[in-house]
Design a protein around this ligand. Structure first.
Ligand code: SF4
Ligand code: SF4
Length: 300
């Protein structure tokens, strides 16, 4: 039997353990006059996608490093230390830093998980395939009175209302990487620390990733056409999507980015030069530092 992998970084508890497709009709409405207004933002556990981070850092006029430091904390998504990023709540509390008396202060750019609630996205994939299949679960928590409101709509209608088609599309490459990593058998093995660092940088620290893509070390190895370089310099969404492609190459050896024919010789010569000069490190510093000081997530 084929192995089906089930995962959602967004599923909070308690999820009703039934999966639905987009035609499922739900009863739900959330609005400012409801008695529980803001209750869900007072005790948060929100995983961020790369696209969530891109939208929020852009809205706040911050670099990705500044946003990560001020508003997030890393966590380990699985036993091999694949890093995820969550919202960091207010100092000494559990509420979201963006919650105000009037509601969400970043509403137009709120993350995927906030948009989905009380629906949860469940992605599945067959082993060694990238094609993912989405289904949905429902989250019913006692404090959320939206389920008692008199409004029925399908999950697809709810996703459209919440602007989720775009968010799901932009987050797909990241979800597929995680699903593939979680389902990879012993032939793929434990990723190296370097590939985990690259995962963190390419997924979450986009400004550093841009510097990396335009660094001498990267250009010694990879052969990017000029028009692609221009696109990556000008368009952050394209850069993020390129990052997912780059990670498939680094983590799963799926060659889709051309490498320079002399890359290996040049790197070998550099290594020999460094060794002859008495430098112990055999690898040039390909990966810039992380904005965090969290060695446990493999992203230091
Ligand atoms: S981002 Fe907005 S909607 Fe999401 S938890 Fe924070 S305040 Fe609530
Ligand atoms: S109805 Fe649910 S989602 Fe809306 S504010 Fe209340 S707890 Fe939050």
């Amino acid at each position: 039997m084929e192995n089906i992998i089930n995962d959602s970084p967004f599923v909070p508890s308690p999820v009703i353990p039934t999966s639905y497709d987009g035609s499922k009709v739900i009863q739900f409405r959330c609005h400012k006059e409801i008695a529980c207004f803001n209750a869900c933002c007072k005790n948060i556990d929100i995983t961020l996608t790369p696209y969530d981070i891109l939208r929020l850092k852009r809205r706040l006029g911050l670099t990705s490093g500044e946003f990560l430091l001020g508003f997030t904390e890393p966590y380990e998504m699985d036993k091999d230390s694949i890093a995820g990023v969550k919202f960091k709540p207010v100092e000494g509390g559990t509420a979201c830093q963006f919650m105000t008396e009037e509601g969400c202060s970043v509403y137009e750019d709120r993350p995927t998980a906030c948009r989905y609630y009380p629906v949860a996205l469940v992605s599945m994939r067959r082993q060694n395939e990238y094609t993912d299949i989405n289904s949905y679960a429902l989250v019913e928590e006692a404090h959320c009175l939206g389920h008692k409101e008199d409004r029925s709509l399908t999950i697809d209608e709810y996703r459209h209302e919440q602007g989720l088609e775009d968010y799901d599309e932009q987050g797909r490459g990241w979800r597929q990487l995680i699903l593939k990593k979680k389902s990879s058998g012993p032939t793929v093995g434990t990723p190296s620390k370097r590939s985990l660092q690259l995962f963190f940088m390419a997924c979450y620290d986009l400004d550093r990733f841009r510097d990396f893509v335009f660094s001498d070390s990267f250009n010694e190895v990879y052969d990017l056409p000029d028009n692609l370089k221009k696109t990556l310099a000008e368009d952050e969404i394209e850069l993020m999507q390129f990052g997912f492609r780059f990670l498939r190459q680094v983590m799963f050896s799926e060659e889709s980015i051309a490498m320079k024919s002399d890359a290996f010789d040049k790197r070998l010569a550099k290594k020999q030069e460094r060794e002859a000069a008495g430098l112990t490190s055999s690898e040039p510093a390909l990966v810039p530092d992380s904005p965090y000081d969290h060695p446990e997530c493999g992203c230091d």
